[in-house]
Ligand binder design. Sequence first.
Ligand code: HEM
Ligand SMILES: [Cu+2]
Length: 566
Amino acid sequence: MTAAAATFRTCPTTGLKVHSQADALIKANAVAATVSLLIGGVAAVLVLLTRWQAVHLLPADWFYRILTVHGMSMLIFFIIFFEMAVLYFASAVMLNSRVPAPSLGWAAFVLMVVGALLVEWMMWSGQADVLFTSYVPLRAHPLYYLGIILFAVGALVVTGLFFATLVVAKRERTYQGSVPLVTFGGATAAIIAVITLLHGAAVYIPTFLWSLGLMPMDPEVYRLIWWGLGHSSQQINVAAMVSIWYLLGGLTIGAVVLNEKISRSAFVLYVLFISMASAHHLLVDPGFSPAWKVWNTSYAMYLAVLASMVHGFTVPAGMEAGMRIRGFTKGLFEWLRKAPWGDPGFSSLVFSVIIFGFLGGITGVTFGTEQINIIAHNTFRIPGHFHATVVGGTALAFMGVTYYVIPLIFRKQIAFYPLARLQPYFFAIGMTVFSMAMTFAGTFGVPRRHYDISFSGAPFAAQFNPAVDLIIGVMAVGGLLASLGGGIYILCTVWSVFFGKPLPADAKVAAVPAAILNPPKEPPAGDVEHKGLTSGTLVLVAVFLLCFIAYYFVNWKLLSAVWRVG
Ligand code: HEM
Ligand SMILES: [Cu+2]
C-alpha cells in the first residue's frame, strides 16, 4: 500500500473514498457544533421560562444576557461549526478527494474555537449584553467583537479550503462528470459565505475600533451593513439545508434528481439575489426611501424566494419519483405512507421541508412585504418566523443528517436508537407548536426581546388581550417539547461518538438507520412511466399555495384594520 492510499478508507455503504484528514476535521467541527448547541439549548430553556410570563424565571439583566448567549451560541456557533463539517463533507468526501493543506483546516478550527470562547466569556461575564445583533450604540467589551472577527476569519479559511478542494479534486480526477448536486449546493453556500463574511468584516472591524474609542459609528450605517451579514448568513443556512435535503433524500429512500439544470439554477438564484433581501430588516428604519425599500423587498428579491419554492417542489417530487419507480405507485400518497418513517434521517427531512416551507416560508414572505412589515416588526411574529426557518428547517435537517454521519463518518452505532427515532418527532412537533404560538402571540402585538410584558411598575398601564396568556402558555409547552427533542439529540449523538459501540462486521445487528445497511435498491432498469410521477407532490404544492394566499390575504386585512380611515 502506498502512503497516499493509507490515508484513505473506502466507505462500505456509499463506496466513497474518505480522506483521514477530512474525517478528522468533520469530527472536530461536529463536536464543536454540538457543544455550542448544548450551551444554546440551556439558554433557550432559561429564556423560554422567562418569556412565559407565568414563570418569569430570570431577572431583567440575566434575561438579556442569556438571550444574547442563546442567539450567538445557536445561530453563529452551532450552525456555522456544523456548516464547516458540511463543507468538508460536500467537497472532500463527496468527491473522493484529499483535503489540501489540512493544517490550514486545523488552524482555522483553532481560530474559531478561540473566537467562540472569547465571545462566550464576554457574554457570561456580563460584558456583552448587546443581544445577537449588537446594535450600536449598545457597546460590548472589545474582546467580544474581536472574538467574532477571529471566528469569522476561521470560517473564511475553511471556505477557501473548500474551493481549493474542488480544484484539487478536479486536477487529480477523483470524480467523473460534473460535481454532484450536493457539492454544487455546498459551493453556492460557500460563495454566499464569502459575501457574508466580507460584510462581517466591514461591520465588525469598525465596530471593534469604535468599542476601543478609536472611531465614531453611525447606528443606521451599522444596521445597513450588519444585515448584509445577518441576512446573507441565513441564506448560507438555507443553501446548506437544501443540499442536505437532496443528500438525505438520496440516502434514505433513493430520491432522484428530476432535473439537474433546474435544481442548479435555483441554487444560483440564491447567490444572485440574496443580498438585496437584507433590506427587509430595515423596512421601518427612517433612513431609507420608500422606493429603496420597495425595490429591495419586492421584484428581484422574490427571485430568491422562487429558488426556495423550486427546491420546495423538486425535493419532495424527487422523493416521490424515487419511491414510485421502485414500485410504490398506488394512489396519490402510497409513496409517502410506505416511506421509512422510523428512520430519523427520513422523518427529519420531511418535517424540515414542511416546517421550513409552510411556517417559515409563508410568514417570511408575508412579513417581508413593505406594507405588512409595520404590523409585524419587533413583535413575537419575527422570532416565530425564524424559529420555523432556522430551527424547524435548518437545525432539524442538520440533526437528521447526523444520524447518517455517525455511522458513516464516526463508524459508530447510534446510542439509544429507539429514543433517537422519536427525537425528530418531539423536536418537529414541539417547534411547530412553539413557532406557531409565538407568531400568533405576536399578532396581538406581544413584543419580541421583552423582559416583562405585564409592564409591572411602569408609569403607564398596558394590557394585552387576555388570550395572550394562554397562547404564551401553549408556546412554552411547545418550546419545552422541542427542548426535550434537542436534549435527546445531544444525548444520543454525544454518547454514540464518545462511548458508542463501533459498527459490527455483521452490520445487520447494528442500531443505525436501515438504509445504511440496505441502501435503497437500484431502480428497475427500462423506461420509466413519466405520467403521474409527481402527482402527490403537486397536490401538496396546491395546498401550500392556498395556505400562502390565505395567510397573505389575512395579513392585508389585519393591516387595513390598523389603518381604519374615518
Ligand atoms: C428548543 C429549541 C429552542 C427554543 C425553545 C428557543 C426559544 C427562544 C426564545 C423563547 C427566544 C426569545 C424570543 C424573544 O424574547 O424575543 C429565542 C430567541 C432566539 N432564538 Fe431560539 N429557541 C430554540 C432554538 C433555537 C435555535 C436552534 C436557534 C438557531 C439555530 C435559535 C435562534 C434564536 C435567535 C437568533 C433568537 C433571537 C435572539 C435575539 O433576539 O437577540 N433558537 N429562542
Ligand atoms: Cu432576513
